[in-house]
Design a protein around this ligand. Structure first.
Ligand code: BG6
Length: 171
C-alpha cells in the first residue's frame, strides 16, 4: 500500500527536525530523512537525474499527473481485505476512486482518497461536514483532487515541478 508514503511525506514536512524513514513505492527507494532541507534537496536531485535522462530539446521533463498513474489496479474488495478493520473501510468514491472511510465511536467521520492521500471530508457528530472540495474538482486518478486537505509535497504552489508538487498524484 502506498498511502503511507504520502502521509509520511507530509509527516516529514510537519516535523522537520525529526529523523524518519520515508519510503516511496513508486521509486522503490527509502530515504532516511534527517532534516527537511536535505530531504528536499535529495528529492530534487532524484527528479533532476531522472528528468535529465528523459530531457528533450525543450528541457527537462518534470513528473506530471499523467506520468504518475502507472500503478496496478487493485479492487476495493482487495483493499478492504488488506486494510479494512473496525471503523476503517474502503469504499468506491467519486470517479470510482477508492477512498478510506473512517468512523469514530463518537460519531465523527472522515473520508480520505487514496489518490494523493487527500482528506476530502470530515464530518462532526451532528453530520456537518467541515471540509469541502472544489465544486469543479476532477476525480479521474490523474489530475490532483482540488480541495480538502491535500498533500502538497515537496513544494507548495508553483515551482520547479508541477503546482503543489507530485505527492497529490501518488497512490
Ligand atoms: O487547483 P489546484 O492545483 O488544486 O490548486 C489549489 C489552489 O492552490 C493555491 O495555492 C492557489 O493559490 C489557488 O489558486 C489554487 O486554486
Amino acid at each position: 500500500m502506498a498511502v503511507p508514503a504520502a502521509s509520511l511525506l507530509t509527516a516529514s514536512a510537519l516535523c522537520p527536525r525529526e529523523s524518519m524513514q520515508v519510503t516511496s513505492s513508486r521509486f522503490n527507494q527509502m530515504w532516511v530523512v534527517r532534516n527537511q532541507r536535505s530531504f528536499n534537496n535529495h528529492v530534487k536531485r532524484v527528479f533532476l537525474q531522472s528528468s535529465l535522462r528523459r530531457s528533450s530539446s525543450k528541457g527537462p521533463v518534470w513528473p506530471r499527473a499523467s506520468q504518475s498513474n502507472g500503478n496496478t489496479v487493485i479492487t476495493t474488495e482487495k483493499l478492504n481485505q488488506e486494510i479494512g478493520c473496525l471503523g476503517v473501510k474502503v469504499e468506491e468514491g467519486e470517479g470510482k476512486l477508492p477512498k478510506l472511510v473512517l468512523k469514530s465511536n463518537g460519531g465523527s467521520e472522515a473520508e480520505i482518497y487514496l489518490f494523493g492521500g487527500c482528506i476530502s471530508s470530515w464530518k462532526i457528530p451532528n453530520g456537518k461536514d467541515l471540509l469541502f472540495v472544489r465544486p469543479d474538482a476532477v476525480f479521474n486518478g490523474q489530475k490532483p483532487i482540488s480541495g480538502g486537505i491535500p498533500h502538497c509535497f515537496p513544494q507548495f504552489g508553483p515551482g520547479l515541478i508541477q503546482q503543489h508538487g507530485f505527492a497529490r498524484n501518488m497512490t
